[in-house]
Design a protein around this ligand. Structure first.
Ligand code: SF4
Ligand code: SF4
Length: 135
C-alpha cells in the first residue's frame, strides 16, 4: 500500500495534534544525554536542563508546526517516540475510535484558544486536559 492509499481512518491521531509537543499536556520531556536530544533539536536551539533528574528539555518544542513534528524523519529524542497520552492509548486499545479522538483534539484546540483569550478559566482547561489526555 502506498502512503496515498492510507485512509484518514488509519492515520495516526497524532498527526496534526502535537499537544504533547507544544507544552499543553506536558511541560518537559526527559532525555538520556546530548546524543538522545540530537543534532536537529540542538540546531533549533534546544538545550538540556542537566540539573533536572532525569535531564529534560523544555516544551513547547520549536520543531512542532501545526501539530506535526518537522524533524520526525531526522532524529527525535527517544521520549518522543515512546510518549503515549491516554487518548492515543485509548485508540490503540480500541476503547476510543480515531474519529472520537480527532473530535476531542479539535475540542481541545478550541478550549485552548478560549483559555488563552481569557474566556475559560485555568481550572476548566486543566480539568479537560486531565480527563482527556492524562487519565
Ligand atoms: S500522543 Fe496524544 S497529545 Fe501527543 S500528539 Fe498524540 S494524541 Fe496528541
Ligand atoms: S522533537 Fe518532534 S516529537 Fe519531539 S517534542 Fe519536538 S516536535 Fe514533538
Amino acid at each position: 500500500m502506498t502512503s496515498s492509499e492510507v485512509s484518514v481512518n488509519e492515520q495516526s491521531i497524532c498527526i496534526g495534534c502535537g499537544l504533547c509537543c507544544d507544552g499543553t499536556i506536558v511541560t518537559h520531556l526527559a532525555v538520556r544525554d546530548e546524543s538522545d536530544l540530537g543534532a536537529p533539536l540542538r540546531g533549533l536551539g534546544v538545550e538540556i536542563i542537566a540539573a533536572a533528574d532525569p535531564p529534560v528539555f523544555a516544551l513547547p518544542c520549536p520543531a512542532v508546526n501545526e501539530g506535526i513534528c518537522t524533524i520526525h524523519a531526522l532524529h527525535r529524542p527517544s521520549a518522543c517516540s515512546q510518549f503515549e497520552c491516554s487518548l492515543s492509548q485509548g485508540v490503540i486499545d480500541r476503547t476510543v475510535t480515531p474519529e472520537e479522538a480527532r473530535l476531542l483534539i479539535s475540542a481541545t484546540f478550541a478550549l485552548r484558544d478560549a483559555y488563552r483569550d481569557g474566556s475559560v478559566s485555568a481550572d476548566v482547561f486543566n480539568e479537560h486536559i486531565d480527563s482527556v489526555f492524562r487519565r
